[in-house]
Structure formats: structure tokens, C-alpha cells
Design a protein around this ligand. Structure first.
Ligand code: FPP
Length: 238
């Protein structure tokens, strides 16, 4: 398991952290406990990614659809995020990590949005690794926002329809300064992408594990990376 070399490590790993609720249910605990344990896994796996030489890590922390969960569960998740942004990210920041957020910020409480802005500014010059947190994020919403910006530019006569190409469209997305993911990992056995980085995943390798997110470990991550390093990526060519 330690034979993962930097050469074969994906530059960008995107994770769908799923299964917190089921982890808690299996133990007869409230769902909130699953999220709490999941937040600990976030720290362990972020550290592991830095050690393994992954340059970009994107974590799906809260989707636009998650706003429809019961209010007390939304409060639990927002409370955990608040703690994470206020204290845990300090350690990350000290380790040369650049922090970025993608998603609809106007939906978030102003103290959370303010803290996000501050962290992005304070870590902008860090270059060991980029940690991108998808918060209040939905990929279709992101694509629509990009289409609206482009339509407004066209209406204003700033661009013509022929100017719209893959690069230009990519530059209108939240992820404009982040390369596309090479590998997407989803925990908990569900095999779907759930409105996550739909444009950016065009050529990504997909990996699904039955392990619930709170049980996911660095050792399993290394096994996933070994599987990835044995895959042949052809990008539609022979
Ligand atoms: C899925 O579990 C997980 C989420 C809703 C988001 C991930 C949140 C965390 C890991 C905790 C806080 C995050 C940070 C960055 C501190 P689920 O509730 O959908 O699980 P289930 O499908 O088993 O019900």
C-alpha cells in the first residue's frame, strides 16, 4: 500500500463524502453524530492527501439540495462547518494550503460567508496544495450562472457566439482557476454523481467504495490511488 508514487497520484481528487447518516443509524446514534465523525474524517483525509502529494482536493461538504433536509440537520451541518472554518482550517492554513470555496455563497449565513472570504484571501499565496470546499454547491446551478454571464456579455456586444468555446465556458465557472478532477471518489456504496462538478468531470475516473465516510481511512485512500494508477486514461483517443 505504500507503493503509491507521486507520478501516479491524481493531481486533483474530488470526493463525495457520503454515508454519515447510515454510520450513525447502524450504531443507534443520532445522525448528527455521524456528521461529527465525518468532520473528523475530513481532517484525516485532507492531511493524508497533502502527505501523498495530491495538489488539489475538492470536498462536497454541502449541496444545494441539502438545504431541503430537516432544519435541525441543516443547523448541525452549519455548526460543524462554522467550527471547521474557525479553528480546524487554521492548521491547514499553516501547512501552506490554499483554500477555495465553490457554491452559492448568498445562501449562507453572513458570518460563514465572511469567514470563507477571509480564508481565501489569507491563503491565496499558498502553493503546497489547494483545498476546495463545495459548500451550498450545485453543478447545474453553476452551469446556469455561467450561461447567464455569457448571455449578458453577448447582449452587451462584448462577445459574439463564436467566441464561446470550452476554455471560455470553463473560465465562467466557480472552478475557473482549478484543473478538472482526475479522480472522483464516492463513499457509502451509492454510484451516482449527484449534481457534482458535471462539466469538470468530463474525463474523470470514477471510484465507488462501500465504506461509509466516517470509516474511510488513509490506508483505504492509498488502495484507491493504487487502483487509479493502474488505469489507462485515453481521453477518447486509442
Ligand atoms: C453525507 O452523509 C454527507 C453530507 C451531507 C456532507 C458531508 C459533511 C461532513 C463530512 C461533515 C461536515 C463537513 C466539514 C467540511 C466539516 P449523509 O447524511 O447523506 O449520509 P446518509 O446517506 O447515510 O444519510
Amino acid at each position: 500500500m505504500t507503493n503509491v508514487t507521486t507520478k501516479t497520484v491524481p493531481a486533483h481528487l474530488a470526493i463525495i463524502m457520503d454515508g454519515n447518516g447510515r454510520w450513525a443509524q447502524k450504531r443507534g446514534l443520532p445522525r448528527a453524530m455521524g456528521h461529527k465523525k465525518g468532520a473528523e474524517t475530513v481532517k484525516e483525509i485532507t492531511r493524508a492527501c497533502g502527505e501523498l502529494g495530491i495538489k488539489y482536493l475538492t470536498l462536497y461538504a454541502f449541496s444545494t439540495e441539502n438545504w431541503q433536509r430537516p432544519p435541525e440537520e441543516v443547523d448541525t451541518l452549519m455548526g460543524l462547518l462554522r467550527d471547521y472554518l474557525k479553528s480546524d482550517l487554521k492548521e491547514i492554513q499553516e501547512n501552506g494550503v490554499r483554500i477555495r470555496f465553490i457554491g452559492e455563497r448568498y445562501m449562507l449565513d453572513s458570518d460563514i460567508a465572511g469567514q470563507m472570504e477571509k480564508l481565501e484571501q489569507e491563503t491565496a499565496a499558498n502553493n503546497k496544495m489547494t483545498l476546495c470546499i463545495a459548500l451550498s454547491y450545485g453543478s447545474r446551478q453553476e452551469i446556469i450562472a455561467a450561461a447567464r454571464k455569457i448571455a449578458a456579455m453577448a447582449k452587451a456586444g462584448q462577445i459574439s457566439p463564436e467566441d464561446i468555446d470550452i476554455k471560455m465556458f470553463s473560465d465562467m465557472l466557480y472552478t475557473r482557476d482549478i484543473p478538472d478532477p482526475d479522480l472522483v471518489l464516492r463513499t457509502s456504496g451509492e454510484q451516482r454523481v449527484s449534481n457534482y462538478l458535471l462539466w469538470q468531470l468530463a474525463y474523470a475516473e470514477l471510484f465507488f467504495t462501500p465504506t461509509l465516510w466516517p470509516d474511510f481511512t488513509k490506508a483505504e485512500l492509498e488502495a484507491v490511488l493504487t487502483d487509479y494508477s493502474n488505469r489507462e486514461r485515453r481521453y477518447g483517443k486509442v
